[in-house]
Design a protein around this ligand. Structure first.
Ligand SMILES: Cc1cc2nc3c(=O)[nH]c(=O)nc-3n(C[C@H](O)[C@H](O)[C@H](O)COP(=O)(O)OP(=O)(O)OC[C@H]3O[C@@H](n4cnc5c(N)ncnc54)[C@H](O)[C@@H]3O)c2cc1C
Length: 448
């Protein structure tokens, strides 16, 4: 990918920002330049990120939305082609724009990204994409240009965006001159003196990406789970001569015609695949725990129960559990179809994988052409590792939408807000909190 860099920025590993107001040609899209520090960087433009962006537009805070995908839609653009709108239940509209009437026979991976694209246009949310965030680091902010001067900018080499409605913060605060080469920020040495005269400022965040580094006071992380499929380890996995794939790579049943597939996992994706593959091949279903089928529809009360349980876990610093683990399997069309095909006879999880299939401790075995791991996803948070947010329990302790260890970092679409309705609410709550936090910080700094 071609990018425009200065020698200093190249040395520091960042894309260079051209003069204010200019536009840098970077790869497939033009990146408008943003020099200085934003109030908020939003990472991810799925339901959660766009909801946050909608509320940020109204907040007066300066922000940019970065997304690793080529186009709108978040995870929906990657769903398998045979997932039709009729199988997608309870999609909650993005704030301010109802989901249009969509033909139930249309694939979700087409129809929902169209809705997201319309949404971005309708509210002028210019998402910068494709930009993959690789690391977020806390960096000291010891250089403060005079508030509102807009002239004394010691940051250079920060590629970013100032979109039509996304305001640049006046008197942007910046990292210390010459100190942060390790964080990928090139700065002018002239600012060293300036920094020495200024009172200490709250730390900033350097958001490192494959397209340059953005500097911000706070972060709303909305990266979902799609990029982090989870496959558990079983002995012998490397010996299997058939095909192993995760649902993230499943493209529908056609490729399994005439084959025997072991489907692993007790969630809705497993049920969906079992029902589909039954049309063209045969299956064995294995799950770790006996699945629980729920009779009733997903009521508001059940929804509240799910949120409360997952909230409790993340408040305690434990990894969030899946919705199905809390609610049981809802009575969807896929469940009915799978039942009709007689493929919902579940076996306990096998003990090992062999060259030809899977095997249990009692010596019984099943031959298979493929193993489909419908074993879910984990939150895609690797880029936050430098912030050291995890607790000994393996999770990130949350207080509302922000992490307990760092109130500048909000996780939306995470844990209790990992649904389309939860993502909406979390986006609004995160912006509300950040507005209060950032104005308190500014007041405290002014008073110092
Ligand atoms: C098969 C399936 C069916 C579902 N059906 C329903 C349903 O019927 N109803 C419902 O309410 N929910 C449903 N869900 C859940 C729902 O899809 C999700 O809760 C919701 O879409 C997640 O939105 P999000 O914004 O959190 O994440 P995503 O939609 O995954 O968006 C995350 C975005 O972040 C970007 N990103 C990730 N990492 C980076 C990075 N490092 N740098 C830059 N960008 C990054 C990605 O490119 C992506 O665009 C379903 C989920 C699945 C898997």
């Amino acid at each position: 990918m071609a990018s425009t860099t200065t020698a200093a920025a190249a040395a520091a590993g960042v894309g260079a920002a051209p003069a204010n107001g200019a536009t840098a040609a970077v790869g497939r899209v033009e990146l408008p330049a943003h020099e200085g520090v934003l109030d908020v960087v939003v990472v991810g433009a799925g339901q959660a990120g766009l909801s946050a962006a909608y509320h940020l537009r109204r907040s007066g805070l300066s922000f940019v939305v970065l997304d690793a995908d080529e186009g709108p839609g978040g995870a929906w653009r990657h769903r398998w082609p045979t997932l039709l709108m009729e199988a997608v239940h309870g999609i909650h509209e993005l704030p301010g724009l109802p989901v249009p009437e969509i033909d139930s026979a249309r694939p979700a991976f087409e129809a929902l990204p169209e809705y997201f694209a319309t949404y971005e246009r309708a509210f002028g949310l210019e998402v910068v994409r494709p930009v993959a965030v690789t690391a977020v680091r806390s960096v000291p902010a010891t250089g403060w240009p005079a508030a509102g001067s807009g002239t004394d900018h010691p940051v250079r080499g920060t590629a970013g965006e100032s979109t039509a409605g996304n305001r640049s913060s006046p008197g942007a605060r910046v990292p210390a001159a010459g100190e942060r080469a390790d964080a990928g920020i090139a700065v002018e040495h002239a600012a060293v003196e300036h920094a020495a005269r200024e009172p200490a400022a709250p730390d900033l965040l350097a958001v490192e990406t494959d397209r340059g580094t953005w500097t911000t006071r706070a972060l709303i992380n909305a990266t979902g789970t799609w990029r982090h499929p989870f496959v558990p380890y079983y002995p012998g996995a490397a010996d299997f001569r058939g095909r192993q794939l995760h649902t993230a790579d499943y493209r529908g049943p056609a490729e399994f015609a005439g084959q025997h597939v072991v489907v692993v996992g007790g969630g809705t994706s497993a049920i969906h695949a079992l029902a589909e593959i039954a049309e063209v091949g045969t299956t064995t279903w294995v799950t770790r725990r006996p699945p629980v089928f729920r009779d009733g529809e997903f009521s508001a009360e059940v929804g509240r129960e799910v949120v409360a349980r997952v909230e409790e876990r993340v408040r305690a610093g434990l990894p969030p559990e899946s919705v199905v683990a809390v609610t049981g399997l809802p009575p969807t069309a896929a469940v009915r179809a799978a039942r009709e095909h007689g493929v919902l006879t579940r076996l306990p999880i096998f003990d090992r994988i062999t060259a030809l299939g899977v095997e249990w401790a009692d010596g019984s075995s099943v031959r298979a052409d493929a193993i489909l791991w419908a074993t879910g996803f984990r939150a895609a948070l690797r880029h936050l590792a430098p912030l050291d947010l995890r607790e000994p329990g393996g999770g990130i302790r949350m207080e509302g939408t922000h992490t307990a260890r760092d109130p500048r970092i909000h996780l939306v679409g995470y844990g209790p807000s990992a649904s389309t309705i939860g993502a909406n609410r979390a986006g609004r709550a995160a912006v509300h909190d950040l507005k209060a936090l950032l104005s308190t910080e500014s007041t405290a700094h002014m008073a110092a």
